[in-house]
Design a protein around this ligand. Structure first.
Ligand code: AMP
Ligand code: GLY
Length: 421
C-alpha cells in the first residue's frame, strides 16, 4: 500500500524507516519530510496545515493510509478533514486531540474521573490567580492552555513571577491560549509511557525517559528533547498497573462515554512520586526523540500494527519487542533553543558507519544538490541499541565525534539516571 506520512522531524524519519521495512508498504510520501526520509520515500514540499493541498496530493498519488506525526495538524482537525473524504488516517480526531491541545480540557477530565494529577486551577483573570496562590505553596507551574511548541510551561519560584508570566499569556503571547492553568509543583522522577489505541482496545507501545533541558546535568532552558532512552527503568510492573488502571482506562472510558473515541498513539507523560504515577501531560502522538528509541526496539511489523489499529482490529496484533535497550542523542545547531544559524553543511555524514544497531535519524536536515545541510535546531539523532546503556552511550558519542560537526553540540550525559559513574 502507499503511505502518506505527515511531519519532518526525527520522529517521522524513524516512522518512515519502519514503514519502509514493512512487507505491506509500496511507496512512502512524506509531507514534507527531511533529507533522511528523502532516501527511502518521496518528499512533498507542502505546509502541513494546508489540508486542501495535502488532500490533493493524497488523491494524486493514490495514497491508501495517512500517518500523522506531529500534534498541530491533529489539534487543528486534519484527521477529521481527511476522514470526511474517506481517507484512512492513523491519528486522533480534533475532539480527542484536546487531550494535548487544551491543558484545561485535560485537567477537567482528570478531575471528573479521579485521575491522579497535580492540584490545579484554570484561570482567566488575576482574581483566579490570587485565589489559587493563597492556598498553594511555591513553586507553582504556569501553563498556557493551548499548544505553545513546548514553550508554554514555566516553573515559578515567586508569586510575582506567576503574575508576570500569566499576564504575558493573557496578553496573547501564545495565540492559542486565552486561559492558563496553574498547578502545584510535583517532585519526583519523570517518565513516559506509550500506548497505541483504536476504538475498542489499546496496547503497550514502550516506555522512555527524555532529557528536556538543553545543558548537562539538566540545566538551562527547556528544549523539544536532547536525548532519550528506552525502556524507562522506573516503570516496573506495579507502577505500570497503576498507570493503566488509574490513568489510561479512566481517560479512554471518559471519552467513550461522550461517544468520542481515541485512536492513534497516546503519550502519557508522568511524574512518579513515591511509587505513585501522576499524569503531567498527554501528547496525542509519539514523542520526539522518544520515538527514535522506541521504534528501533520493535520486532513486529510496524505497518501491520498501524493497519490493524486503523481498522479497529488492534486485538489481532501481537506486539513484540527486542531485548536490547536503546538510546538516542540529539545533535543540535549551536545556539538552540535560542537563535541558531541554518543551512550549515554537514560534511562527514557519509563517513559514519550504519548497522542494524547503529542508526542515524535525520531531523532538521535538507538535501541540496547531494549535500546535507542543517535547517533546524535539532539536526540529527544518533540512536544505538545494545545490552548496556553505558556502552551504548560510548558508541554514540564516538560516532558524533567522527562526524565532528563544527556547528553542532550535544549532551554527553543522556541516560545519567541509568548509568552509574
Ligand atoms: P508539559 O508541557 O505539561 O509536559 O510540561 C513541560 C515540563 O514541565 C514537564 O516535562 C515537566 O518537567 C515540567 N512540569 C510540568 N508540570 C509540572 C508539575 N505539575 N510539577 C512539576 N513539573 C512539571
Ligand atoms: N520529547 C517530548 C515530546 O515529544 O513532546
Amino acid at each position: 500500500m502507499n503511505i502518506g506520512l505527515i511531519g519532518s522531524g526525527g520522529r517521522e524519519h524513524a516512522i518512515c524507516q519502519k514503514i519502509y521495512e514493512s512487507k505491506l508498504s509500496k511507496k512512502i510520501f512524506c509531507f514534507p519530510g527531511n533529507a533522511g526520509t528523502a532516501q527511502i520515500g518521496k518528499n512533498i514540499p507542502v505546509d502541513i496545515l494546508d489540508f486542501k493541498k495535502i488532500l490533493k496530493y493524497i488523491k494524486a498519488y493514490k495514497i491508501d493510509l495517512v500517518i500523522v506525526g506531529p500534534e498541530e495538524p491533529l489539534v487543528k482537525g486534519l484527521a477529521d478533514y481527511l476522514r470526511k473524504y474517506k481517507i484512512k488516517v492513523f491519528g486522533p480526531s480534533k475532539f480527542a486531540s484536546k487531550l494535548e491541545g487544551s491543558k484545561a480540557f485535560m485537567k477537567k477530565l482528570c478531575k471528573t474521573n479521579n485521575i491522579p494529577t497535580a492540584q490545579f486551577k484554570i484561570c482567566t483573570n488575576k482574581t483566579h490567580i490570587s485565589k489559587f496562590l493563597k492556598k498553594s505553596e511555591m513553586p507553582i507551574v504556569v501553563k498556557a492552555d493551548g499548544l505553545a511548541a513546548g514553550k508554554g510551561v514555566a516553573i515559578c519560584k515567586t508569586k510575582k513571577q506567576v503574575f508576570k508570566i500569566s499576564n504575558e499569556i493573557f496578553n496573547g503571547k501564545f495565540k492559542s491560549s486565552k486561559k492558563i492553568v496553574l498547578e502545584e509543583f510535583l517532585k519526583g522522577e519523570e517518565a513516559s509511557y506509550f500506548i497505541i489505541v483504536d476504538k475498542k482496545n489499546f496496547k503497550f507501545f514502550g516506555t522512555a525517559q527524555d532529557h528536556k533541558k538543553v545543558g548537562e546535568n539538566d540545566t538551562g532552558p527547556n528544549t523539544g528533547g536532547m536525548g532519550a532512552y528506552s525502556p524507562a527503568k522506573i516503570i516496573d510492573k506495579t507502577i505500570e498497573r497503576k498507570i493503566i488502571n488509574k490513568i489510561i482506562k479512566p481517560t479512554l472510558n471518559a471519552l467513550k462515554k461522550k461517544k468520542k473515541y481515541y485512536s492513534g498513539f497516546l503519550y502519557v507523560g508522568l511524574m512518579i512520586k513515591k511509587g505513585e504515577p501522576f499524569l503531567i501531560e498527554y501528547n496525542i502522538r509519539m514523542g520526539d526523540p522518544e520515538c527514535q528509541v522506541i521504534l528501533p526496539r520493535l520486532k513486529s511489523d510496524f505497518l501491520k500494527i498501524i493497519v490493524n489499529a486503523v481498522n479497529n482490529n488492534l486485538n489481532q496484533s501481537v506486539i513484540n519487542w527486542k531485548k536490547e535497550k536503546s538510546m538516542t542523542i540529539v545533535l543540535c545547531s549551536k545556539g538552540y533553543p535560542g537563535n541558531y544559524k541554518k543551512y550549515r553543511l554537514i560534511k562527514n555524514i557519509q563517513k559514519l558507519k550504519k548497522t542494524k544497531n547503529q542508526i542515524i535519524f535525520h531531523a532538521g536536515t535538507k538535501n541540496l544538490n547531494g549535500n546535507i545541510f542543517s535547517n533546524g535546531g535539532r539536526v540529527l539523532n544518533f540512536t544505538s541499541l545494545g545490552l548496556n546503556f553505558s556502552n551504548i552511550r560510548d558508541q554514540i558519542i564516538k560516532q558524533i565525534k567522527i562526524l565532528n560537526w563544527k556547528d553542532g553540540f550535544f549532551r554527553s550525559d543522556i541516560g545519567w539516571r541509568v548509568i552509574k559513574k
